[in-house]
Design a protein around this ligand. Structure first.
Ligand SMILES: [Mg+2]
Length: 230
């Protein structure tokens, strides 16, 4: 068994489905917009850029996404955009917050067992109220000794957390689906990491996985594989 002080877990697309709801809404956005001379892939690139802009000013979450989608519709529609359609885009996005929490396979049983063995910390980025709401609805909160919702998961955060968790970085493991938010910045800050890929990881989280020796970086197939190491 590995020596560690805490196993820190990501939430969205690690514990439960998240990005599929956004992708569904983006599909509806494409249909409503029609393609015109811009192809779907080009529209998507423009939307990604607009999303990044809103993330920079308003953070992650459904509210920021709804503003990005409405703005993208206004920018990309051929004719002067129909205000009703713009409002509809915004509402489609906001409705994501009401989607049921769909746990990924094996998550509940695995956390139940892991929580008997280890100190588990939940670390998720996004809108504070929205993320706390999801955690409450997931029914998983009791498995964690603490829950942290942060604005961004970057190397600066992973450098600051060990002191707060009263641990040394090398005695902390971060597990999650996103190379950009969970794995690479944690490794940069001296943590160890376990990557649990999700086939529908958000495009803005894509990044090549950093190189690290196997004792610092585990590549797992699914969530329940954590039980083999922790
Ligand atoms: Mg995630």
């Amino acid at each position: 068994m590995l020596e560690l002080d805490a196993l820190v877990l990501d939430a969205d697309d690690t514990l439960w489905e998240n990005n599929i709801y956004f992708e569904r809404v983006i599909g509806q956005f494409h249909d409503r917009l029609g393609h015109g001379e811009l192809k779907r892939a080009e529209v998507r690139l423009r939307l990604n850029a607009i999303e990044r802009r809103f993330i920079a000013s308003d953070g992650y979450g459904v509210r920021s996404f709804s503003m990005a989608l409405a703005a993208a519709y206004s920018e990309l529609a051929h004719e002067p955009p129909d205000p009703e359609a713009v409002a509809e885009m915004s509402e489609l996005a906001l409705a994501i917050a009401a989607e049921p929490i769909e746990l990924l396979p094996g998550v509940r049983e695995t956390l139940a067992e892991l929580s008997r063995r280890r100190r588990l910390v939940l670390l998720t980025k996004g809108d504070e109220i929205e993320q706390h709401n999801k955690i409450a609805r997931s029914g998983l909160a009791d498995f964690f000794t603490e829950v942290r919702v942060v604005a961004e998961k970057d190397a600066r955060l992973y450098r600051a957390l060990p002191a707060e968790l009263q641990s040394a970085p090398e005695r902390l493991w971060m597990a999650g689906n996103s190379p950009r938010s969970d794995i690479n910045p944690a490794l940069t800050a001296g943590w160890c990491a376990a990557w649990i890929p999700h086939p529908h990881t958000w495009v803005l989280e894509h990044e090549p996985l950093a190189e690290a020796p196997p004792e610092r970086l585990l590549r797992l197939r699914e969530f329940r594989d954590l039980l083999r190491y922790f």
